[in-house]
Design a protein around this ligand. Structure first.
Ligand code: MN
Length: 240
């Protein structure tokens, strides 16, 4: 089995470098691998599947083209948990739960549910993921949702600025509990969210953290039981 895992692209501007590398990466990798997994925060903010902005339109095009060559799985992040059925139908992408375990026993999560030391964030997460809240926000107009999304981002920036860095990383006990619950046969947990790419040894095997596409692009590549982290320049064409 050949796969790549990416997360935290925070795509915003269809004319920007990250968006261009994303489209190139999918075009190249979809001919090399069997499956592509996007582990959340693909976009900076998703305000509903009826979004008709240039970013949303371009995103649908890129994903639909990729799905013609290889399966694409999408997990919700804390920025894009409103991706839903309509988006999947338009693109052919398949939504997976968080956490999700692959057939060959690789455990996948966006990662924010592991940051249990940040109790303020966890209560916000519970609210935003509730059916009642989501029904309420989706009943608003696109313009109202855009304004709300903007406000949410500002709030997140100012509240994170006052937090100690370790609070926004995963909690070791939460990781151990998740792995114990799902018992991934590969021993591998892959997640994003923390923007701290790396490979950590854990009791069951490995915790692999995919990086944010900030200073460079990141992916985790799986070939059968081998996993590696790769980073690449966002300044030039992917694969060159
Ligand atoms: Mn995140």
């Amino acid at each position: 089995m050949r796969r790549i895992f990416i997360s935290d692209l925070h795509l915003e501007d269809p004319q920007g470098a990250a968006f261009a590398r994303f489209a190139e990466c999918l075009a190249v990798e979809s001919t090399r691998v069997d499956e592509i997994y996007i582990l959340g925060d693909l976009v900076e903010m998703w305000i509903g599947d009826d979004d008709d902005s240039p970013t949303a339109t371009r995103l649908r095009e890129v994903l639909a083209r990729t799905v013609g060559d290889c399966a694409v799985y999408l997990q919700h992040g804390n920025r894009d948990f409103l991706f839903s059925t309509e988006f999947c139908e338009a693109t052919g992408v398949q939504l997976i739960a968080d956490p999700f375990c692959t057939e060959d026993g690789v455990l996948l999560s966006h990662g924010d549910l592991l940051c249990t030391d940040d109790t303020e964030y966890q209560s916000m997460r519970t609210l935003l993921r509730s059916d009642a809240w989501q029904q309420d926000i989706l009943s608003k107009t696109l313009a109202e949702r855009k304004a709300f999304g903007q406000a949410l981002r500002e709030q997140s920036k100012s509240s994170n600025a006052n937090k100690a860095a370790n609070i926004m990383d995963v909690n070791a006990e939460a990781v151990a509990a998740l792995v114990a619950e799902h018992q991934p046969s590969s021993g591998v947990l892959i997640h994003g969210h923390t923007h701290r790419p790396g490979i950590h040894q854990i009791e069951a095997g490995q915790r692999i953290v995919t990086g944010a596409w900030e200073l460079c692009g990141w992916l985790c590549r799986q070939h059968d039981q081998q996993f590696q982290l790769e980073c690449f320049s966002l300044a030039r064409r992917y694969g060159t």
